[in-house]
Design a protein around this ligand. Structure first.
Ligand code: FMN
Length: 182
């Protein structure tokens, strides 16, 4: 199965998850390409999402949404596929095309509620293209900016220092193994 992992990670938490996804998919015998979106990307990466059978898409959560560079990339993709006629009325399913959408989030104020819009947002590009969203995953990630260090304790999620931990990453690997079998 041809797999794409696409992610944005401003402070490295989502990257840890993406690395486990890559390693696990390979170990399970799949071919996986990785596209890391960064804020200083000058040109839109040349990639055809429709070349892939299975996509993992993830980001850290910033004000309830994925990082701005990922949003901008998804907007470009949306219009590119729309202009090619690949986004059709009622978004018919493309048989065999599947996506897992995930985020890492801190949830200091409202917990998972502030991460749900980010995952729903990312899923819509793939849903519009006719991929079936087979899972939505939410992983806790500590706040790494100096200004927000205190947000890693005492918020809605309690003490999240050091997350995602090794155990969290083991959970990622188990989920990846499981979902690739469907
Ligand atoms: C500037 C900043 C803003 C953040 N805003 C939110 C937020 O609105 N909601 C949330 O749940 N987490 C928020 N977080 C926590 C991040 O989503 C979390 O640390 C995530 O794991 C970061 O992923 P990344 O390192 O891959 O970018 C914020 C973190 C930073 C540094």
């Amino acid at each position: 199965m041809k797999i794409l992992s696409i992610y944005y990670s401003a402070t490295g938490n989502t990257e840890k998850v993406a690395n486990v996804i890559q390693k696990t998919a390979k170990a399970e015998g799949h071919e996986i390409d990785v596209l890391r979106i960064t804020k200083d990307m000058k040109e839109t990466p040349e990639i055809d999402l429709l070349d892939y059978d299975f996509v993992f898409a993830g980001s850290g959560v910033y004000q309830w949404l994925p990082g701005r560079p990922l949003q901008e990339f998804f907007t470009k993709m949306l219009w590119e596929y729309f202009s090619k006629g690949e986004i059709k009325p009622s978004a018919p399913r493309r048989p065999g095309k599947k996506a897992v959408i995930y985020c890492t989030y801190g949830g200091y104020h409202t917990g998972i509620n502030e991460a749900i819009p980010a995952v729903k947002y990312m899923g819509q590009l793939f849903d519009h293209l006719g991929f079936t969203i087979v899972a939505e995953w939410y992983f806790v990630g500590e706040y790494k900016s100096k200004k927000l260090l205190s947000f890693s304790t005492g918020g809605r999620m309690g003490d999240i220092k050091g997350r995602p931990t090794e155990d969290d990453l083991k959970d990622v690997a188990e989920r990846v193994k499981g979902i690739l079998k469907i």
